[in-house]
Design a protein around this ligand. Structure first.
Ligand SMILES: Cc1ncc(COP(=O)(O)O)c(C=O)c1O
Length: 384
């Protein structure tokens, strides 16, 4: 439909997120889709049954704005069990419709015009738009190929009186790296005696391999007291389409968060919240997750070990990075599109996670898939 409206975009130069672009392209060309990060297997049957149960029971109206008490109490219990940290279920836990929304509200709650926010790149693609829409200025520290480790000396140099927040993400999308206790202590030291807010994206908190333990920001008192911790049920319970998660933060931060959240969404799905309140008790689900995904990681890596790709380390998340400079010198975005169209395999070019489109000739593939899908994908990758 034509419009004569004269509009100045608030987000000039912003297109559609890469995940939607690559998934649409994969569908259009019948490609095996290892691009977007979602499982191709179902979530636990018991969860589906519980949602149905609560729908039939009539739990179909607005939930309280911060989430149903039953679920918030269970989240408090689970956090204490997993990380040894107490959060008050009434004033420090908010149930939110997914981590993307949580990130947007947390950033909006603290970032004002001309504030600087330290973004460690490659970074999940919703961070920067949320910062700039709020008038903030992202300042960047780069994780360098092939180790993708944080350079804390560089972060130290970026910190100044304008620094409002720093965003961290562990386990990391797309790199598959995880932050160690000494990384967290370093951040604790760097932010000591400052007003810097930490926004800790921990959506893959239960997906760590080789015996590594998740170092949640909430385990470090100097970080817990200044952090929004962003969690997503979608990643832990194989139901990314339900868009459900929660935010942990000290009361003062939570109060500011809720001022925004109440007018962005107000609340989120009531029957799904009740279902999770029941299912969070099933510890075995999340305790089994590291092995479950480690097997998939190893299965996939083993299938492609003789390919011409360079298989980079993966310590957490469900993403495998593959370097392709022995195969092609094409720009990663162009190659990803070509592979989807011609070879029928879809991955995500890692350059899209850098604001300056740094291209190290690396593609990201999601291994949260059935063995059949992974086998099909590997057959194609081994032919390249
Ligand atoms: C690092 C990271 N943060 C946040 C999200 C968003 O999670 P949700 O689907 O709960 O909005 C994702 C999803 O892929 C992610 O990888």
């Amino acid at each position: 439909m034509e419009t004569s409206l004269n509009l100045t975009s608030k987000m000039p130069g912003t297109g559609t997120t890469i995940f939607a672009v690559m998934s649409a392209l994969a569908n259009e060309h019948g490609a095996v889709n290892l691009a977007q990060g979602f499982p191709d297997f179902n979530c636990p049957e018991k969860l589906v049954e519980r949602v149905n149960h609560y729908m039939r029971l009539g739990k179909n109206q607005y939930a309280p704005m911060p989430g149903v008490p039953e679920l918030r109490k269970k989240i408090a219990e689970k956090t204490l069990k997993c990380y040894g940290t107490e959060y008050d279920w009434q004033s420090e836990i908010t149930v939110v419709g997914g981590a993307t929304l949580s990130l947007f509200c947390a950033i909006s709650a603290v970032v004002k015009e001309n504030d600087e926010v330290i973004v460690i790149e490659p970074a999940y693609d919703s961070y920067i738009p949320a910062i700039t829409l709020n008038g903030g200025k992202p300042v960047f520290s780069k994780l360098k190929y092939p180790t993708y480790q944080i350079n804390w000396q560089e972060i130290k140099k970026l910190i100044n009186f304008r620094t409002r927040a720093i965003l961290i993400n562990s386990p990391h999308n797309p790199c598959g790296t995880v932050l160690t206790a000494s990384d967290m202590q370093e951040l604790e030291r760097l932010t000591e005696n400052t007003d810097i807010v930490v926004i800790s994206d921990e959506v893959y908190e239960h997906i760590l391999f080789d015996g590594l333990k998740h170092q949640s920001a909430c385990m470090f008192p100097g970080l817990a007291s200044r952090s929004f911790i962003i969690s997503s049920f979608g990643k832990t319970y194989h139901n990314t389409g339900w868009k459900m998660g929660y935010v942990l933060a000290p009361e003062k931060l939570t109060a500011e968060f809720r001022k925004i959240y109440q007018y962005v969404a107000f609340s989120t799905s009531t029957p799904v919240q009740y279902a999770f309140a029941d299912f969070l008790e099933v510890e075995s689900h999340y305790l089994a997750l590291p092995k479950f995904y480690e097997q998939k990681r190893d299965f996939f890596r083993d299938l492609i070990k003789d390919s011409r790709f360079k298989v980079l380390p993966c310590s957490g998340s469900y993403f495998q990075l593959l370097g392709y400079d022995a195969i092609s010198q094409q720009q990663d975005y162009e190659l990803a599109v070509k592979l989807t169209k011609k070879s029928k395999i879809a991955g995500v070019p890692v350059s899209v996670f850098y604001h300056d489109k740094t291209d190290n000739k690396v593609l990201r593939f999601c291994f949260a898939k059935n063995e059949e899908t992974l086998t099909k994908a590997a057959e194609i990758l081994c032919r390249l």
